[in-house]
Design a protein around this ligand. Structure first.
Ligand SMILES: [Zn+2]
Length: 99
């Protein structure tokens, strides 16, 4: 009689104690993927820009090797010194915009 009444209350607190643990663990794994998702995005953009700049520098060095550095790729005209000073990897003169 008495034990019958005491049995139900016992499992109840046990169930309550179970869920809280997994629930507390969820926020952690949930936060990690979120942070990882943000980092690749920023890194990807940065790497993209760095790779593009590196390619531009290598191309400029190649033109320098061929003696075409400072020559507009669009009109073969000279690229102004001040333009090259501001953008050493520039491939076009002031009248033309790089693709
Ligand atoms: Zn030009």
């Amino acid at each position: 009689m008495d034990p019958d009444d005491g049995t139900p209350p016992a499992p109840a607190p046990d169930r309550s104690g179970g869920p809280p643990a997994p629930d507390g663990s969820r926020p952690d794994p949930g936060g990690l993927p979120s942070a990882e998702g943000t980092m690749p995005g920023g890194d990807g953009l940065d790497l993209d820009r760095v790779a593009a700049e590196l390619a531009a520098v290598e191309a400029a060095l190649g033109r320098l090797d061929e003696g075409r550095y400072g020559t507009c790729a669009a009109c073969d005209g000279p690229i102004a010194d001040d333009l090259l000073a501001a953008e050493p990897t520039r491939t076009t003169c002031g009248a033309h915009q790089p693709a």
